[in-house]
Design a binder for this molecule. Structure first.
Ligand SMILES: NC(=O)C1=CN([C@@H]2O[C@H](COP(=O)(O)OP(=O)(O)OC[C@H]3O[C@@H](n4cnc5c(N)ncnc54)[C@H](OP(=O)(O)O)[C@@H]3O)[C@@H](O)[C@H]2O)C=CC1
Ligand SMILES: CC(=O)N[C@@H](CCC(=O)OP(=O)(O)O)C(=O)O
Length: 346
């Protein structure tokens, strides 16, 4: 059995890690932490875990809280993970950070966008970007994985084959993305209260969102040149899910069926990527509760625009499910282990 620790287990992504790992046949959750819930049983914090048979919350915020674990998930806010990760690595533990501290190949970009100094700069060079469909080999060899952001996952997956094949103009990428509220974490700010959200819909972080440089980092590698994108996130009044609509310009004449076939071929054999064929379009409820990304395309012959729609569950393929997919790869386990689920529908 692989002994796993979760630092930040009382948050949304921590809870989702626990829910998925509870049915993992090769994992024992050996340590969970939360400073506010020290000594409590998991079911006292999440009643949904009634009957769960694991350790109580350790209240320490130091790396010692997960001593003895083979692999540690860091499900904590940005800036916290980089302070903990070096000590874990020194003890020979594998690390998967669900936040942004190890996503950037150049720590200066992190420092500029997250407005904080990186205290583990050298370690960022060792980290693999945890998008298995693109970096499986690097992830297998890595001790540290920076799990991708939720919006970047929904954007990079559909764009990868298109940019590699050179069929879309990398200088004209417009991303219109909408996320459910759990993406903001389990916080109690007024902006996330029911009366503020219910019946409402709004854009935020326009032209400033910190996922922009992460998307650009990966798209630039794929395109083989510097790419700048226009990215606008929105807050959807639902609990889970991200739907991203990409507006792209084709560089050659193609129809919808041809683009569908290109994507289907690129992702053939990928267990979590589904190309949804015309006339169907992706919907949040088709992926809620799963580690899947559904992608559809339409070519508008009048404008030569290619419209791509992708959906993921922000907490699963956008966070905890992808982190467990990475864990399976790093630990030489079948990649889909404990991740094969049909969606909860309706
Ligand atoms: N929610 C989502 O859909 C996604 C989230 N992420 C990233 O995953 C990470 C976790 O997010 P999420 O679960 O939503 O966040 P939450 O706010 O729901 O949970 C944060 C957790 O971290 C703990 N924590 C907070 N501060 C510290 C600290 N200084 N030291 C130790 N533990 C701390 C909290 O517990 P306590 O305060 O009791 O210690 C809590 O368990 C973040 O980096 C987030 O950006 C990434 C992709 C998607
Ligand atoms: C709806 C919502 O607020 N979403 C979060 C993104 C969550 C995520 O993926 O996060 P990290 O890069 O922070 O790990 C946001 O826009 O800040």
């Amino acid at each position: 059995m692989i002994k796993v620790g979760i630092i930040g287990a009382s948050g949304y992504t921590g809870g989702e890690l626990l829910r998925i790992l509870a049915q993992h046949p090769k994992v024992e959750v050996a340590a969970i932490t939360s400073r506010t819930h020290e000594g409590k049983k998991l079911e006292e914090v999440f009643a949904s875990f009634t009957g769960w048979n694991g350790p109580v919350f350790n209240g320490s915020d130091s790396a010692d809280a997960v001593d003895g674990c083979d692999l540690v998930f860091l499900a904590v806010p940005h800036g916290v993970a980089m302070a903990l990760a070096p000590a874990l690595l020194e003890k020979g533990q594998k690390v998967i950070d669900l936040g942004a501290d190890f996503r950037f190949r150049d720590y200066r970009i992190y420092e500029a966008w997250y407005k904080k100094e990186h205290c583990a700069r050298e370690m960022t060079k060792l980290a693999a970007y945890g998008l298995p469909e693109l970096y499986r080999k690097e992830i297998r060899e890595a001790q540290v994985v920076g799990n991708p952001g939720c919006y970047p996952t929904s954007v990079i997956l559909p764009l990868c084959p298109l940019l590699k094949a050179g069929v879309v103009d990398p200088d004209r990428i417009i991303i219109d993305a909408k996320s459910g509220v759990s993406g903001a974490g389990r916080k109690a700010e007024v902006a996330y209260h029911f009366p503020e959200l219910f019946g409402n819909f709004k854009a935020y972080g326009v032209a400033t969102h910190r996922h922009t440089p992460e998307i650009e980092q990966e798209l630039s590698r794929l395109a083989g040149k510097e790419v700048a994108v226009s990215f606008t996130p929105h807050l959807l009044p639902v609990a889970r899910g991200i739907l991203s609509t990409l507006h792209l310009s084709l560089t050659k004449t193609m129809n919808t069926a041809e683009v569908e076939s290109m994507l289907a071929e690129a992702y053939q054999g990928e267990p979590f990527i589904k190309i949804v064929r015309e006339p169907q379009l992706p919907e949040l409820k088709n992926v809620t509760g799963t580690n899947c990304c559904h992608i559809a395309v339409r070519v508008d012959p009048r404008t030569r625009q290619l419209i791509v729609v992708s959906v993921i569950d922000n907490m699963i393929k956008g966070a905890s499910g992808q982190a467990i997919q990475n864990m399976n790869i790093m630990c030489d386990l079948p990649e889909t282990m404990s991740l094969v689920q049909w969606p909860v529908y309706p």
